[in-house]
Write a protein that binds this ligand. Structure first.
Ligand code: SF4
Ligand code: SF4
Length: 157
C-alpha cells in the first residue's frame, strides 16, 4: 500500500505542474487577447514540420562554402577551420592556383557532419569569409553515416 502511495503522490505532483502551466499560459493568452502587453507570452504549439519555423538569422545550420565571382571557392586553404574544429571533422587538400593573389584552392573539402557539433568555430576562424552556416537547413537526419559526409561539390551547392 505504501509503495502505491508514492506513485500516487508523484501523479498528483505532476498534475499540479501541468495545471499550473495551463493556468499561467491561459492567463497570458487572455491578457494578450484584450491587447494587454506583457513581458512574457503564453506558450503556443508549433505545427512543425507542416508549418516551418522561422529561424533566427544567427542560427547555425548546415554549412556552405562561398564562391568567388568566377565560381571558384573563396577558400584559400589556410587550414584555420580544420585546426580550430574541436570535432576534427574537417578534411582539406590543397591544389595550386595559377592566380598569384590566391595561390591555393581546395581540391578536397570534406565536413563529416556525423561528428560536427555545430559550434560554429570554423565560421568564426575563417579569415576569408569562405564558410558559413546560414543555409537554414536543419533537417539533417540520414539513414547512413556516409550520407552525412559533405564534400566540396555538396558544400558549394
Ligand atoms: S561547426 Fe564546429 S564541429 Fe562543426 S565543422 Fe565547424 S568547427 Fe567543426
Ligand atoms: S578557414 Fe576559411 S579559408 Fe581557411 S581553410 Fe577554412 S574555409 Fe578555407
Amino acid at each position: 500500500m505504501l509503495k502505491h502511495l508514492g506513485f500516487f503522490i508523484e501523479i498528483v505532483k505532476g498534475s499540479i505542474i501541468t495545471i499550473r502551466h495551463f493556468v499561467v499560459n491561459m492567463f497570458y493568452h487572455i491578457l494578450n487577447l484584450f491587447g494587454i502587453k506583457t513581458k512574457r507570452r503564453g506558450a503556443v504549439t508549433r505545427q512543425y514540420p507542416e508549418a516551418p519555423i522561422q529561424l533566427a538569422s544567427r542560427h547555425r545550420s548546415l554549412h556552405r562554402l562561398l564562391q568567388r565571382d568566377d565560381g571558384k571557392p573563396r577558400c584559400v586553404v589556410c587550414m584555420l577551420c580544420a585546426t580550430v574544429c574541436p570535432s576534427e571533422c574537417i578534411y582539406i587538400e590543397a591544389a595550386e592556383e595559377s592566380d598569384p593573389e590566391i595561390q591555393k584552392v581546395p581540391s578536397t573539402f570534406i565536413i563529416d557532419l556525423s561528428r560536427c557539433c555545430f559550434c560554429g568555430f570554423c565560421v568564426e576562424a575563417c579569415p576569408e569569409d569562405a564558410i558559413r552556416m546560414d543555409t537554414g537547413e536543419v533537417e539533417l537526419a540520414r539513414y547512413g553515416r556516409g550520407d552525412l559526409v559533405y564534400n566540396l561539390e555538396k558544400l558549394l551547392g
